[in-house]
Ligand binder design. Structure first.
Ligand code: ZN
Length: 364
């Protein structure tokens, strides 16, 4: 990282429900060049508002960036070789043409399905590669938040470094792009006080837990949801999901339940843990997702952000993972409830997951 004449690369590795984004290589630039738009760049229409916002934000902080020569384009494949697992790529010097360029795969998965704020997260990261020649910056602040928008570690999701309601955080991340020595902000001090918000060992059965199937169903019901009473981890019951057909269509199957959260400090952390037993998890994933919900004008709950963590490919046998964790760092004050999803996705027929001993802990 950081070699002067390197092309900064953004690696967007898509893994199941939670998009994990990682890695950045700075390979030496390729020597065989195809000259690109020498006159000026091409910025596809959907990217223009993000580019404009980025330039304004950065220039308000004392720099003098311009979009001259910048290209931000949809592509079917990332130009950089061996990059087909990435959703987007930022080049400071595209193919030695002295022009900055951002490429984004034109798909639902990489662009279409994301919210405005999530797209902005991605674009700001890529534009910082292309226009500020940044490499990746890993590490976390004392509360566990990413130190920089330029993160690329396993705990970093480049669509979700800040969310819709994290204006202060957004502002910090932009400051940090201009000044790497930006002080640790107040909201990022460590959350040391903890309390258990809820726990459930499912011994009363499924109670208020419901099941659902995600999109892309192809009219097949690939999962069977049931109460498992032979749980190996703790008697007597656990929630279970079994795939009844090959569910590689992308449909998620989940047990879900919402929990209200009240009287918490702004920017608290939520930690969810559960014991998970899998059988035959040779492909796909099993995990925990956490949706943040706000109250709307009708006093109903509306979704505004999702976080998750997954277990993958443990093999054909029975594997138990105790205290598997998923978390949300810095939940904003607007959060009125969280929805916990215990899920299975894109596994082969006969895969089983059981979930037991759920705990929700709040750190503030
Ligand atoms: Zn990157």
């Amino acid at each position: 990282m950081g070699a002067k004449n390197s092309i900064y690369v953004c690696l967007l590795l898509i893994l199941g429900i939670g998009l994990m984004i990682q890695g950045c290589s700075s390979d030496d630039a390729d020597t065989n060049q195809i000259p690109q738009d020498q006159e000026g760049g091409t910025i596809n229409e959907p990217f223009k508002p993000y580019v404009e916002r980025f330039i304004n934000e950065i220039n308000q902080r004392g720099l003098n960036l311009s979009t001259e020569k910048l290209s931000v384009v949809f592509v079917d494949n990332i130009t950089m070789p061996n990059s087909n697992q990435f959703c987007a790529y930022g080049y400071v010097n595209f193919q030695n043409s002295e022009t900055p360029r951002v490429e984004v795969i034109n798909s639902e998965r990489c662009w279409g399905r994301w919210s405005e704020t999530e797209k902005e997260n991605l674009m700001f990261h890529e534009l910082a590669h292309a226009l500020l020649a940044f490499g990746h910056i890993n590490g976390t602040l004392p509360n566990g938040s990413q130190k920089s928008l330029m993160c690329a570690s396993e705990t970093c999701n480049n669509y979700r470094v800040y969310n819709l309601y994290q204006k202060e955080q957004r502002s910090y991340y932009l400051d940090q792009l201009v000044n790497n020595r930006t002080e640790i902000p107040d909201w990022a001090t460590e959350n040391t006080f903890s309390r258990i918000v809820a726990e459930d060992s499912f011994d009363g059965g499924s109670e208020d837990w419901t099941t659902s199937i995600g999109d892309d169903l192809n009219n097949v019901m690939p999962y069977n949801f049931y109460i498992d009473n032979e749980s190996v981890l703790s008697p007597s019951n656990a929630l279970a999901i079994k795939s009844t057909s090959d569910s590689s269509t992308g449909a998620f199957g989940h047990w879900q339940k919402s929990f209200t959260v009240t009287d918490f400090e702004n920017c608290s952390n939520i930690l969810i843990r559960a014991d998970i037993v899998t059988q035959g998890l040779v492909e796909g994933s099993v995990g925990i997702a956490i949706d943040l919900l706000e109250r709307n004008m009708q006093n109903d709950f509306d979704f505004f952000a999702r976080y998750s963590n997954a277990i993958r490919d443990l093999g054909a046998g029975t594997v138990s993972t105790e205290n598997f964790e998923a978390k949300v760092i810095c939940i904003p004050e607007e959060t009125a409830a969280i929805r916990v999803l215990l899920y299975m996705n894109s596994v082969s027929k006969g895969t089983i997951a059981t979930f037991d001993n759920l705990e929700i802990e709040l750190f503030e």
